[in-house]
Design a protein around this ligand. Structure first.
Ligand code: NI
Length: 392
């Protein structure tokens, strides 16, 4: 290893323990709010390292507190437990044994990493409380909300989260103040026309043509109504209409998602979707009904916590390996719900195994470098200690 390569050695076989935990979870992935085996496994690991886990948090989550010697601030380190409905195609020796379900977003790794941070902190507990939080259902975008609704963020002074990133090499930590993950809001439009014979369109109201024009018209929202300086996305991901080649479709249904960083921008996009859906439908003698899903706010990293995170990251990987985010991430992350309750910082951990042909998360061939768990555990240990010192 070249001299300037950082090392993140973990003590006493801890890295091997994290690898075997991660691989066991990887083999047995579970979907959102169904993480029964995973949470049982995490709880038993927590007991093994000397903690008293609380089960059934927000359904299938787990929490364990490391109580410092004196009273002091409470800092949360957050992991997510759930997998995705994807058929794994990595060929890894520890690939998923559950058909159609895969840890394709490295939540198996996040879980092992937070456990590792807990083990490191226990060697010399800081003068405050560190709560290890293993939440369910990040992929559904609402596990964190249930955790908050149950009061597990009450009295918390700061929260820190991580995510693996295959597009950066292992040892890079991306830290940035302000917006780092977009808000998400789903929408559904049902367009009603009048079915009939395909050969006599004038006797019906064709929902396919009206729907196609609507999809096209929606593209004008971001292009013409939102400031070019504000990142925003309106995507129609599903469009379904019709039954047969010679039958005029009486109904079209579409579903999509809105992504942005600003609550006001989101409100104006929602208003525009309703306005345009109604107007385009009316223009084609059809009617439209628009509904919106629950959604998840944007992740906005707190200035002070970002400063603490960035310094902690530098102690682990060196300041030249602490970098910003390349561009705003339009993906969603339910970590945002926690930030309504406590200031925090969400970082990305480089975990690339190759420089070329990088396979992104949520893909059937997603792989990442397990050494990232050592970097992450060291980082989370450092940030928890620094935040407690800073907040006391
Ligand atoms: Ni994820």
């Amino acid at each position: 290893m070249p001299k300037n390569e950082p090392t993140w050695n973990l003590p006493d076989g801890l890295f091997d323990r994290l690898v075997s935990l991660r691989r066991d979870i990887h083999r047995h992935p579970e979907l959102s709010f169904e993480e029964h085996r995973t949470s049982a496994r995490v709880a038993s690991e927590l007991q093994d390292i000397g903690l008293s886990p609380i089960r059934d948090v927000a359904g299938t989550g787990v929490i364990a507190d490391i109580e410092g010697k004196e009273g002091g601030p409470t800092v949360v380190l957050r992991a997510d437990l759930d997998a995705l409905p994807i058929e794994e195609d990595t060929g890894l020796p520890y690939a998923s044994e559950v058909p159609g379900v895969m840890h394709a977003c490295a939540h198996d790794g996040h879980t092992a990493t937070v456990l590792g941070a807990g083990a490191l902190l226990l060697r010399d507990p800081p003068q405050g409380k560190v709560r290890l939080l293993f939440q369910p259902a990040e992929e559904r975008g609402n596990g964190a909300k249930v955790v908050c609704d149950e009061g597990h963020l009450d009295g918390v002074d700061a929260i820190f989260g991580i995510h693996v990133d295959p597009f950066q090499p292992t040892g890079i930590i991306q830290v940035q103040e302000g917006p780092v993950a977009a808000s998400t809001r789903s929408f559904r439009i049902t367009l009603t026309g009048k079915g009939g014979h395909a050969a006599r369109p004038h006797q019906g109201v064709d929902a396919v043509v009206a729907g196609a024009r609507l999809v096209d018209a929606l593209q004008g929202i971001v292009a013409r109504e939102i400031s070019p300086a504000q990142p925003a996305v309106v995507t129609v991901g599903r469009f379904s209409a019709g039954t047969r080649h010679n039958v005029l479709a009486g109904k079209a249904e579409m579903e999509g998602t809105i992504r942005c960083f600003d609550r006001e921008v989101e409100a104006s996009i929602r208003e525009a979707i309703v306005r345009i859906a109604e107007a385009v439908s009316r223009a084609h003698r059809a009617t439209a009904e628009v509904g919106f899903g629950e959604g998840c706010p944007a992740v906005i990293n707190d200035r002070r916590m970002t400063h603490i995170a960035s310094q902690a990251a530098a102690t682990v990987v060196g300041s030249d390996r602490v970098i910003g985010f390349n561009e705003p991430n339009m993906g969603g992350e339910d970590f945002s719900f926690y930030l309504d309750h406590a200031p925090g910082c969400y970082v990305r951990l480089g975990a690339g195994v190759t420089d070329t042909n990088i396979v992104p998360a949520h893909s059937a061939r997603f792989v990442w470098d397990e050494r990232t768990m050592a970097v992450g555990a060291r980082y989370l240990e450092a940030v928890a200690r620094a935040a407690i010192t800073e907040l006391r």
